[in-house]
Design a protein around this ligand. Structure first.
Ligand SMILES: [Zn+2]
Length: 323
């Protein structure tokens, strides 16, 4: 899917053994710029099918258990089967149980089928994703897995816009795998590419909602693309932060600083998996209701992220290496 989308805009598209998709666009000089947007989404894997056909699962990525309540999921076996996340109804909970927070282990998947029929299609090890369609909502797009589908979209759009531009340096646009389980795809891709410069593209928290205080918000929806200062996995190279801010200013783009107290991104492995280290930063998309099936991203932020990245790539030859 991504391969077909990007092929018209680049010189070649490769894949590696982990499943990373690497789109390469030759520049004027042989210095290398890597962009990384992860393609994977948080999900689950089938761990057990019980005698009544109920499916137990193991999470792939960080879940808040309460977000599983009343959700539909799809198990990708020999064919896709829709199921629901079941748990104990409140009516039969003891008073103590009602007070406790939900745990992942409280949930099971009900496919509406007996064991024999479940096992015709499903086996231990099959992946499971959540089910929710994408909609336009106000000035936002809303749906599941905008972390990180929105960045995959942005990276494809950047390649489209730069199709006829001869960039200063070689560009490696990587659609990475296994970010949500430990930034694994970006590690392998960075070791292979050995970039001089790197940009990750990912979602971040926009906790600009009722009950939040100004210092807790991380970012605000609709106030522009986030320029990463740090997250729990990386401190962005401050020369890169300076370059990105100056580029936003030069082209009068809306932007906001982003400091994410918990949660990592591909930025970390782009930065430190090359032999000499990569001058790395990231564009972050303010996202409300993150890691739920109702993630929201503002269309103005999407537009400013596309412009910021495109201009950073066009102007990268003017990068100031001085500390
Ligand atoms: Zn992400």
């Amino acid at each position: 899917m991504v391969i077909q989308e990007v092929s018209p805009f680049v010189d070649k598209v490769e894949t590696d053994n982990l499943g990373n998709v690497i789109a390469v666009k030759k520049g004027k000089d042989t210095k290398r710029v890597m962009l990384a947007a992860h393609m994977d989404e948080i999900g689950f894997i089938v761990s057990h099918i019980d005698d009544n056909g109920f499916v137990r699962f193991h999470p792939l990525g960080g879940f808040d258990p309460k977000t599983l309540t009343a959700q539909r999921v799809v198990i990708h076996g020999k064919k896709d089967l829709t199921g629901v996340m079941g748990s104990k109804p409140i009516h039969v909970m003891t008073p103590e149980e009602r007070k406790k927070e939900a745990k992942l282990s409280d949930f099971f998947i009900d496919l509406g089928l007996p064991k024999e029929e479940v096992e015709e299609w499903i086996e231990v090890g099959n992946p499971i994703t959540r089910e929710r369609e994408l909609i336009k909502m106000g000035h936002c797009v809303n749906g599941k897995s905008l972390d990180n589908r929105i960045s995959v979209y942005i990276l494809i759009e950047v390649l489209k816009q730069l199709k006829d531009t001869r960039l200063p340096y070689d560009l490696y646009a990587v659609f990475t795998v296994q970010e949500e389980v430990g930034i694994r795809g970006a590690q392998v891709a960075t070791q292979h590419i050995q970039p001089d410069f790197g940009f990750a593209i990912d979602t971040t928290i926009a906790y600009d909602v009722p009950g939040s205080q100004a210092h807790e918000q991380v970012t605000q929806l609709g106030k522009g693309a986030g320029i990463k200062i740090m997250d729990s996995s990386a401190i962005a190279d401050y020369r890169m932060v300076r370059f990105m801010k100056a580029t936003a200013k030069k082209y009068t783009l809306d932007w906001q600083p982003e400091l994410l107290p918990a949660g990592g991104t591909d930025t970390a492995n782009v930065q430190r998996m090359s032999k000499q280290g990569t001058i790395a930063g990231a564009v972050s998309l303010p996202t409300r209701h993150i890691h739920q099936v109702i993630e929201s991203v503002h269309t103005d932020d999407i537009a400013s992220a596309i412009k910021l990245l495109s201009h950073c790539l066009e102007d990268i030859a003017s990068f100031d290496w001085n500390f």
